[in-house]
Design a protein around this ligand. Structure first.
Ligand SMILES: [Fe+2]
Length: 275
């Protein structure tokens, strides 16, 4: 398996706090069957944004440590990049780490509070610049939980979708779990990541989610989401996209769309201390 979203690099964001913790995380990942990890520290305003050089150096140092401890995991440099209106310009200026080669990709985080109207414009601008956005943990945003058809619109616009393994198993609550399963069963998921932040509760584990996805859509599709597509992206190739099936059913009750639904969603996130 390839973990496509992991805060394993120490001291760059709210992920691992030390190289010791990074090593513990890698050891947990290895025991769970993960062979490669895409290192995705946050690039967003509330964090001291790491430079491309700092990310590359941390990856190199951790990779050497893994070798010395005989932990057989390959690391890749990347980032979880927060949406900005001028993101395509920032990528053009070389300020944002991209994944791949001939085809380039970024892992794009949308704002938790509200997905802005200009998101589809930024997606189009990125694609015009030759960069495919992969939207991070799409199943966890309130607007997607309320209306999973939004995911179909993003995919139709050319974006790829990453889902958290913990959402599939229920670690991020019922809403995220139901939404993740809708996305998986409608061909709207391209890569999976643990979004691990520590060696504790949010550690890098994906095998339980893989078993569930295999039961839902079969071994071949599960392999695409947990390994093959990520491998294509890392090699700089656009993975073969399945034709997504549009989601038409209105899943939640109408109260979920209003202020009360939003309040319940945010309170439950706060109470569970989720990031
Ligand atoms: Fe993350």
């Amino acid at each position: 398996m390839i973990d496509f979203h992991c805060h394993i690099l120490p001291g760059l964001d709210d992920g691992a706090r030390s190289f010791d913790e990074s090593l513990e995380m890698a050891s947990i990942a290895q025991s769970d069957g993960i062979k490669e990890i895409v290192c995705t520290p946050h690039i967003k305003k509330r964090y001291a944004t790491p430079t491309l050089k700092a990310i590359a150096e941390a990856v190199q140092e951790l990779q050497s440590l893994l070798q010395s401890k005989r932990i057989d995991i390959r690391l890749h440099s990347a980032a979880e990049v927060a949406l900005e209106r001028n993101l395509a310009d920032l990528v053009d200026c070389g300020e944002i780490p991209t994944i791949g080669g001939a085809e380039r990709f970024i892992l794009l985080e949308l704002p938790w509070e509200r997905i802005p109207r200009y998101t589809s414009t930024v997606i189009s601008e990125l694609i015009s610049s030759g960069v495919t956005p992969i939207i991070a943990h799409l199943e966890r945003y309130y607007q997607v939980i309320v209306d999973p058809a939004l995911a179909w619109e993003f995919v139709e616009a050319g974006a790829l979708v990453q889902v958290n393994s913990g959402s599939i198993t229920g670690m991020f609550g019922y809403d995220a779990q139901v939404t993740a399963r809708i996305l998986v069963s409608h061909g709207l998921v391209h890569v999976i990541g643990s979004d691990a932040h520590s060696s504790g509760r949010r550690s890098p584990k994906m095998s339980a989610a893989r078993d569930l996805v295999k039961d839902m859509v079969g071994e071949e599709q599960a392999d695409k989401m947990f390994r093959l597509n990520a491998s294509e992206i890392l090699a700089g190739r656009l993975p073969k996209k399945e034709a997504p099936r549009a989601y038409k059913d209105s899943k939640p009750g109408s109260w979920r769309r209003g202020l009360l639904g939003k309040l319940v969603f945010y309170l439950s996130r706060q109470l569970r201390g989720l990031r």
